[in-house]
Design a protein around this ligand. Structure first.
Ligand code: PEP
Length: 257
């Protein structure tokens, strides 16, 4: 996977006020060196309420850290109380937006059609969706993780044209591994990431499949990231809990060491 720039993205979930966000982004960005930013792209995904502060900090200090949102409305504007749209996120300088995180699927009833609409909304605003996919424990126990996750990919990319899909980031996040401390083995991660890449090749082209970054997420920590990143179809990590401490996230960004 030498051709694909690794991406280490921190999903802060429902954590940190905007003042805490400023401090954490400063700690991370000032600890990382130019070499670190050469070796991998590093991004944080704070709550919506912190994005303006993060933008001011990143633009003002010309920090190399990227950032984005944890969700995006499928709608551009209108009577959708509480929603945040792609144009709003683009104006805040967001490079990324998660789409279809398992916690959104579980607690907010997001199905493949909703996730598909969110992926399209992100692309329409030139934001790269980080499309989250992954099976629950029952599906894993039945050995159906590949079919399940590939079907989620198909649903999320319905009618997404190749010129957009080329910029997609996919995150394979087995639900049983998220926030549980139970990390998938490197081989488990590789199996599904390889299948997702193969499917991208069928949906689009070998070229698009080869250039798409596919991340693994689920209890990634500094002491287990190296084995996962060593797999040929794993191009980065989406990190929840371990992204909330600056020193641990910096270690994750230096996963090669
Ligand atoms: C996530 O929220 O995407 C995630 C992978 O969480 P954790 O690292 O805490 O398992």
């Amino acid at each position: 996977n030498a051709k694909r720039t690794p991406l280490i993205a921190g999903n802060w979930k429902l954590n940190n006020t905007h003042l805490e966000a400023i401090r954490l982004v400063q700690q991370i960005a000032f600890s990382l060196t130019d070499d670190d930013f050469e070796a991998a792209e590093i991004a944080v995904l704070p709550p919506f309420t912190s994005l303006r502060s993060v933008q001011t900090l990143v633009e003002g200090d010309k920090l190399k850290i990227g950032y984005g949102a944890q969700d995006i409305s499928p709608h551009e504007s209108g009577a959708y109380t509480g929603e945040i749209s792609g144009p709003m996120l683009a104006k805040l300088g967001c490079s990324y937006a998660l789409a279809g995180h398992s916690e959104r699927r579980e607690h907010h009833g997001e199905d493949d059609a909703t996730v598909n609409a969110k992926v399209k909304a992100a692309f329409a605003s030139d934001i790269t969706p980080i499309l989250c996919l992954g099976e629950g424990l029952d599906v894993r126990k039945a050995g159906n993780q590949v079919a399940h996750t590939v079907a989620q990919l198909d649903g999320a990319l319905s009618e997404v044209p190749e010129e957009q899909a080329r910029r997609l980031v996919v995150a394979y996040e087995p639900v049983w591994a998220i926030g549980t401390g139970e990390v998938a083995t490197p081989d488990d991660a590789q199996e599904v990431c390889a299948a997702l890449r193969e499917r991208l090749g069928e949906l689009y082209s070998a070229e698009t499949a080869q250039q798409t970054r596919i991340l693994y997420g689920g209890s990634v920590k500094s002491d287990n990231i190296a084995g996962i990143m060593a797999k040929s179809d794993v191009d980065g990590a989406l990190v929840g809990g371990a992204s909330l401490k600056a020193d641990e996230f910096v270690k994750l960004a230096r996963f090669r060491e």
